[in-house]
Design a protein around this ligand. Sequence first.
Ligand code: HEC
Ligand code: HEC
Length: 282
Amino acid sequence: MKRWVFGAVFVVQAAFTSTAGSETLLERGDYLVNAIAACGNCHSPQTPEGPLAGMEMAGQFLIEMAGMKAYASNITPDVETGIGAWSDAEIIEAIRNGKRPDGSTIGPPMAFEWYRHISDRDVSAIVAYLRSVPPVRNEIPASTYEFPLPPAYGPSVQTVGEPDHGDLVAYGAYIAGPLGHCLSCHSPIVEGMPDLENQLGAGGQVLDGPWGVSVTANITPHEDGIGSYSDEEIKRAVTLGIAADGTELTPPMGFAYYRNMTDADLNAIVAYLKTLEPLPDP
Ligand code: HEC
Ligand code: HEC
């Protein structure tokens, strides 16, 4: 089974703006990045005491999994060491298609299998937010992969429509998939990739880090999963990291980000998770 070994503590970050009807693109991006997508869970340097002050999105986080030593990039607007010289279209191409402006492929474990389905509006909002964080000069070591990176993660995606915000289950699927990549962690690894096809949400991924060893939970409505959880218990697990039996969940899930999620979005996730095929633990 594939393991993740994290080189630094992988949680906590706060800055949060609440959302409501007439939000601007920047407000939407702030919310998406700091409540759902949790980009900073990899891209913002963390210390055991929390995020390193003044270093939001400045990179350097080391993720070691079988065959890779990946350093999360500096994605602040610094021109020389970050992505300050990239156009909006180039940043969107990086997030959705995993391609840099020079045409090279960005390596794992960023969830390109999901990010390619982020809507045009939401990916633009994320870019607007990335442009708003202070530029930080921070040279990041190159990642090394012992396997060849794919020429592409799939057919090039150029435009994605808005999901139906009024359909609770469909919108929940959009949050748990494209925006939050919950299901990339919560599905078992088969042949190096999360098995989204046959074991969606069944858990069982082993994640090593400074916290010890975490095994991702089964979040399908099976009795091995969250079948007996109330809606409130599911929401408490996601936002506070407290399981139904009251025990504290271990990292690296981004509780510190998810606690900023609106109740409406949490309800959508819960509604969606309940529609997953109930699967036993792998
Ligand atoms: C699971 C960890 C993880 C998460 C979450 C993550 N990234 Fe990344 N990202 C990486 C790693 C590692 C790299 C560098 C890969 C490499 O060196 O090839 C990277 C590279 C990038 C790059 C390319 C930068 C460059 O200079 O080449 C961009 C842009 C980027 N990420 C944006 C984002 C955004 C926006 C989000 C949130 C929507 C995000 N990432 C979430 C791990 C992550
Ligand atoms: C970086 C990997 C990762 C991501 C992303 C992630 N999780 Fe988790 N999650 C875990 C791990 C690991 C555990 C189990 C921790 C433990 O057992 O202490 C867990 C536990 C849970 C639990 C508690 C289940 C139980 O049996 O008590 C729920 C519910 C959950 N996650 C839902 C989500 C949702 C919804 C999202 C997306 C918004 C998400 N997770 C994103 C790694 C992740």
